[in-house]
Design a protein. Structure first.
Length: 506
């Protein structure tokens, strides 16, 4: 047993093809005890899994379809193992206190391709900047992705997938790839449902969904790198009632052995991210201007998990330029949020990264790696500096703006503008500026082509100013030893950021 690594107890019992019998375990650690549910893995094998977060002696007792007891000494974590990723305000942190900056990608049907393609995808990921990947349990039926999978998660009864009949070979494959991703330092953002179905998974009854979720969560929740994405486009799974999703979230919390990140991805209607079981905001959107409101309302990390795809297919979401993908990553990052990558370049074989994986064909990935290096080099996570007017308007409405106007902090003539004009106006007055304490300030110009930038830095201390070209991946020091109001010369092109770093005596 080792800290932050899955510990498994395997016991032999009655050998049935399928067996829903209960396996219940209690782990004792000092004065605390933890109840864990086990599962049937086939061939008479029953398993219980735990993700230990503390070192020391654990005692355990198992009852139900099989029984046993014992004790194991949990040793200190190996280097590189940090435990679960958890929310830390608007950002994330590993269980051991290490910062986690999600830089994700999407390969929806990765599991459902032939082995050679799956292995090529894994090699690509190993040499990429990505530390999170979104992929589905169920196969996907959509354009550029119509091949029949070799394995399905469940066998069929009367022409319909039966959650009481798991395909153990499939679940073993799923576990293999989750484990390999973990060894690469990649979080597995596992999509539990989606609407792009022609097998019958998206037409299950609630009872069938509960049976599937119970099995999946009991089996997988001891993997340290699992995130639960309840659905891709939950609001498009038309056979599911809306209230089911709250029940699914509560069920996952009840059945999992430790609390993983959980959210729900939308098509049109955003999930209620105030749901107590939900850890972060997950969006299909490129409306980065909504970040301040979402941050103020929920106080949770914000992930634009589907902001569009770099590619050339006809769908409007699937033909972003490489620059625009990079631009969206930078906008999200400087607003204190996070973005997820994807690629949809057409080819004769119809192997598109977004659906099947393979190799990268676009230009954004090395530039995303450049951004990741910059973010990791900062002393802490960025906080978006929300304009006072935006914060006040969100909480206090027009009366709040009138108070600001009386203090000369907002144009008085704008206070009575119609709602549809006032909110966009306030947003346009908000600069893409964020900071970490007084140590770093970063401003991103996006598609603006400024020749100079007037910056207000703290008056305490001195700062070095760098100009960052996000596309050409260059950093150039422009000023040193400055503070207060400073005019910074800019190159007058798109994709330029300014980074001011506080100087410290060596």
């Amino acid at each position: 047993m080792r800290q932050y690594e899955m510990f498994e107890i395997s016991l032999q019992g009655e050998n049935k093809k399928y067996n829903p019998a209960e396996v219940n375990a209690i782990f004792y650690y000092g004065d605390t005890e933890k109840q864990v549910k086990g599962f049937y893995a086939g061939n008479g094998e029953y398993k219980v899994r735990l993700l230990p977060s503390m070192t020391g002696l654990y005692k355990w007792k198992i009852e139900g379809a099989v029984s046993g007891e014992g004790e194991d000494l949990c040793e200190k974590a190996n280097n590189g193992m940090h435990g679960l990723v958890k929310p830390d305000g608007a950002h994330f942190i590993y269980e051991d206190g290490t910062r986690y900056i999600p830089v994700g990608t999407t390969v929806y049907a990765m599991l459902h391709q032939e082995k050679a393609l799956r292995e090529q995808t894994m090699r690509t990921l190993e040499n990429s900047p990505f530390n999170k990947i979104r992929f589905c349990v169920f196969p996907k039926h959509f354009d550029y992705n119509s091949n029949e999978p070799e394995l399905l998660p469940f066998f069929f009864t009367d022409g319909k997938p039966d959650p009481a009949k798991p395909c153990y070979e499939f679940w073993n494959r799923l576990e293999e790839y989750i484990g390999r991703l973990n060894r690469l330092g990649i979080q597995a953002d596992l999509i539990l449902f989606h609407p792009y179905d022609h097998w019958g998974f998206a037409e299950w009854s609630k009872k069938e969904c509960v049976a599937y979720l119970t099995y999946a969560v009991r089996r997988l929740s001891a993997f340290p790198n699992i995130w639960w994405s309840m659905a891709n486009e939950y609001d498009a799974v038309i056979y599911f009632e809306h209230d089911w999703w709250n029940d699914f979230a509560a069920l996952i919390r009840k059945e999992e052995s430790c609390r993983h990140n959980l959210s729900n991805h939308n098509l049109l209607w955003k999930w209620d991210f105030g749901n107590p079981d939900t850890t972060h905001v997950c969006l299909q959107s490129s409306a980065f201007e909504e970040v301040p409101e979402l941050m103020l309302e929920y106080g949770k990390p914000i992930l634009f998990d589907e902001c569009g795809y770099e590619g050339d297919i006809p769908y409007p979401w699937g033909n972003l330029s490489g620059f625009e993908m990079v631009n969206r990553f930078w906008k999200a990052a400087v607003m204190g949020a996070y973005c997820t990558h994807g690629e949809t370049f057409w080819n004769q074989e119809e192997i598109l990264w977004w659906s099947k994986g393979g190799i990268f064909k676009g230009e954004s990935v090395p530039r995303i790696a450049f951004l990741k290096e910059i973010l990791e080099s900062l002393p802490g996570d960025l906080t978006y500096e929300v304009l006072d007017a935006e914060r006040v308007y969100f909480y206090k409405g027009r009366e709040g703006l009138r108070e600001l106007a009386a203090d000369g902090k907002f144009p008085e003539g704008f206070v009575d503008y119609p709602e549809e004009l006032l909110r966009p106006l306030i947003r346009t007055m908000t600069e893409l500026r964020s900071s970490y304490k007084d140590e770093v300030i970063i401003i991103y110009n996006g598609r603006q082509c400024r020749r100079f930038l007037d910056v207000e830095l703290p008056t305490e201390g001195r700062y070095t100013i760098e100009i960052i070209d996000v596309w050409n991946m260059t950093r150039k020091i422009q000023r040193k030893g400055v503070s207060g109001k400073v005019r910074v010369e800019m190159p007058g092109i798109e994709g330029i950021a300014m980074l001011a770093t506080k100087e410290h005596e060596k």
